[in-house]
Ligand binder design. Sequence first.
Ligand code: M6R
Length: 366
Amino acid sequence: EKGGYDHFMLKEIYEQPRAILDTFRGRLRTNEAIIKMSGVEDNMKKFLNADRIIVVACGTSWHAGLVSEYIFEDLARIPVEVEYASEFRYRNPVITEKDLVIAISQSGETADTLAAIKLAKSKGAFVFGVCNVVGSSIARETDAGAYTHAGPEIGVASTKAFTTQITVLTLIALRLARAKGTISSSDYRHHLIELELIPSKVEKVLKSDDYVKTIANIYKDVKNFLYLGRGYNFPVALEGALKLKEISYIHAEGYPAAEMKHGPIALIDENMPIVVIATKKGHYDKVVSNIQEIKSRKGKIIGIVTEGDQQVKELADHVIEVPETLESLSPLVTTIPLQLLSYHIAVMLNKNVDQPRNLAKSVTVE
Ligand code: M6R
């Protein structure tokens, strides 16, 4: 059932090229330069008339929501707010029929997300679901939706659900951007072509697995990790830290790289490994200067860099290369080495990777 892998999590990490492909198959039609998703087409007016999008989700799905905030705002120029479902439902939020709510959930059974959906509906908002489990409670409770086609995710630590959620949300954002005219047709085509190349690029990143394992072996006994990223890769930093916490029980925090100087920099010494997503597009120079600041305080840098990178390579203790892609699509490749790193550390520490302590696959309590 684990298909020859030691754990479901590893199997699911390796399934990502296929899962992403399955998620855009039939929807992304590069030759015709169209994106077809019936849940979006049937409700196009609702999407185009919405004053803003409110994303509600928990955990890793919330991180996918944060990535989508960058995509929706950047490409489709729609204001987005991303809310923890658990906070949203308990704080008397301002929400009207002019809001469009996107609820993201792998399981479709998360109690807090379900409650947030019910609240939004009671205020007259249109609610669109992005779920993996067909026929789940959230899929049934939402007004419309689009499934991720990740296949069953068994490991408690979410991996392929995250990348397929980002894929669906990217498709929606691109479709809306085209409808609104906020993206040029050449830029739009470029995105479609690049998105289609993502599965093979993810495949390539997976080849760094052995190298990631050697890095895991060096740092497996540390007590704290920091993860930094900017822009589209800030949520990836949060997600990398969450993965490490969940399965290896090592304390980790994700931060926007520029926030380092407002506090976390105080933590840095020769014992602190810092995973920095430093791909070429997206404030590269700023991230490089963050790395210099870390090195001058003797922190250990694990850089996630674009293939062929020189500058970070000279500064960092280790670099893991990922193929170049559009900045907006980069989370789909940069997140892979972070999943592998947490996986290998947890295995080396003899932790129960697929069923970490205190956690359940779907959180059906409030
Ligand atoms: O099924 P959901 O996407 O609604 O689950 C939300 C979170 O409980 C979930 O992402 C959790 O954070 C995972 N264990 C993360 O790996």
